[in-house]
Design a protein around this ligand. Structure first.
Ligand SMILES: Cc1cc2nc3c(=O)[nH]c(=O)nc-3n(C[C@H](O)[C@H](O)[C@H](O)COP(=O)(O)OP(=O)(O)OC[C@H]3O[C@@H](n4cnc5c(N)ncnc54)[C@H](O)[C@@H]3O)c2cc1C
Length: 448
């Protein structure tokens, strides 16, 4: 059965997004000896920082170890939300109600900033303001969603409404969910086209961008400047933005010891009959569920295929085999799609810090933003902009995620960075618990 569910066109390892937005080859030019701001990493965070800085008249050089966009920024699912991972009540207990509320609002502001940027820069990336359905995989998860809705309403002005188990089919034709939360704000986009658009604006703004240029070390000189060692020589910079996120090399030990990269995967089906798609996602909203290893479903921007994300955390090399495993999850949610073949499967890396919260700050002259935990399309764009404002000395650069005595960027004594050996173990445990909770909850309501 294995091969028969993958189409003859099956592509493993190459994102669907790269068909419409191939990686851009940028001609190699000599590196300058000095620059005002050097940005390491050409994903959304690095490019967003570069755009704000270049528009403010700063001289900017963006270096990417591969091709800008080669990281998570053109591999993601393209869901646009107004939140980050983290519950208000837990945060309020840890950081106090004011900061917890400010964090909630920052999630909403990140969404709004992305909308403003797309409009201002006229970036056509198929943004669809379809809203989101967050599906509860257990009745307990449903209760937690209702609490989170109450907090988001109160503290961030983000509205929504709950749906019962009986009403789930109005959002997704799946037998496994126990209701959920509809959030009309947010939606979906084509992340490849968004990246292509912001890269074009950065180049047009006068910033320089170079491919295949790896930042290997950053040393602070006696005069306060930074000496940036790359595989193509040394560049002296006044400021450096480290926007390498999950791809941060182990050599940057202070950072890599504070984040663990997690492999995250996506499959895209062959084109499906429009009437079947209409019945599957009647309101064409994106769907994400509440399990520990969340499953996500959306339509591709042209509305012809289904895209599914899930089965995170376990590194692999065989895309065909992985696609079959991910498809099992997909079919459990949408059993009526069992005859539909898979055209694409790819993966990328997201970062989680140990406290599962974004971290922003400056360390030894290096400005960083990391740990957006899978919500980074709006968050990394917004945080890149905020880093640029910090460099420009603008007080609006402050964020509630700035590292300080209360919000410390934590590490663990057992973790030396780069090889998060505990992630596959945790992922297997989470998959087991998710499956057990789903089976148990469905048995309780007589649906299994
Ligand atoms: C499969 C998947 C699905 C996702 N789905 C969603 C979603 O639906 N919605 C959402 O909001 N978020 C999602 N995310 C997360 C989102 O894509 C990321 O948070 C975001 O793209 C991170 O952007 P970034 O610029 O910080 O990092 P990246 O885009 O990862 O860019 C880092 C860059 O740094 C470069 N680099 C690394 N080391 C060096 C070095 N030494 N020198 C120079 N350059 C270097 C890399 O080549 C890379 O280009 C998903 C991620 C994945 C992988």
């Amino acid at each position: 059965m294995g091969a028969s569910v993958l189409s003859e066109r099956f592509k493993g390892g190459s994102p669907y997004w790269w068909e419409a937005a191939p990686m851009r080859a940028i001609p190699e030019t000599p590196l300058p000896a000095t620059i005002d701001v050097l940005v390491a990493g050409g994903g959304f965070a690095g490019l967003s920082a570069a755009l704000t800085l270049a528009r403010a008249g700063r001289e900017v050089l963006v270096l990417d170890a591969q091709t800008p966009g080669h990281g998570a920024s053109t591999r993601n699912s393209g869901f646009i939300g107004s939140h980050f991972r983290g519950s208000y009540d837990t945060l309020a207990e840890k950081l106090g109600p004011a900061r917890a509320a400010a964090m909630l609002r920052a999630g909403a502001e990140a969404h709004d900033y992305l909308m403003i940027l797309l409009e201002r820069e006229q970036i056509a990336c198929g943004f669809n303001p379809c809203g989101r359905f967050t599906a509860a995989h257990t009745p307990e998860a449903y209760d937690a969603l209702a609490i989170e809705l109450d907090r988001s309403r109160k503290h961030a002005g983000v509205d929504g409404h709950m749906l019962s188990r009986a009403e789930v089919a109005t959002e997704i034709d799946s037998p496994i969910y126990h209701g959920g939360l509809v959030t009309p704000r947010g939606g979906s986009m084509h992340p490849g086209l968004y990246h292509q658009g912001i890269l074009a604006r950065v180049l047009a703004s006068g910033a320089r961008v170079q491919n295949n240029t790896r930042v290997e070390a950053i040393n602070k000189e006696a005069d306060g400047t930074l000496s940036v060692l790359t595989n193509r020589g040394v560049v002296k910079a006044n400021k450096v933005v480290l926007a390498t996120n999950a791809y941060t090399p182990r050599g940057f030990a202070w950072f890599s010891r504070r984040i663990f990269p997690i492999t995250s995967n996506v499959i895209v089906t062959e084109p499906v009959d429009p009437a079947r798609l209409k019945k599957t996602l009647p309101n064409r909203r994106v769907m994400i569920d509440t399990r520990r290893d969340p499953a996500s479903i959306r339509l591709t921007p042209d509305g012809t295929r289904l895209q599914f994300g899930g089965a995170r955390g376990i590194p692999f090399t065989d895309y065909a085999k992985k696609a079959l495993e991910i498809r099992e999850m997909f079919i459990e949610i949408l059993p009526h799609m069992a005859d539909v073949k898979i055209d694409y499967c790819w993966s990328g890396m997201i970062t989680y810090p140990f406290d599962k919260l974004p971290h922003v700050g400056v360390r030894d002259g290096v400005y960083y933003t990391m740990g957006h935990c899978g919500t980074g399309v709006p968050m990394s764009t917004y945080m890149g902009h905020k880093l640029a404002l910090k460099i420009l000395g603008d007080k609006d650069g402050a964020t509630p995620f700035d590292d300080d005595d209360a919000h410390v960027f934590p590490t663990r004594i057992f973790y030396s960075g780069g090889n998060p050996w505990f992630v596959p173990l945790g992922a297997r445990f989470y998959h087991f618990k998710d499956k057990r909770d789903i089976d148990r909850s469905l048995r309780k309501v007589g649906a299994r």
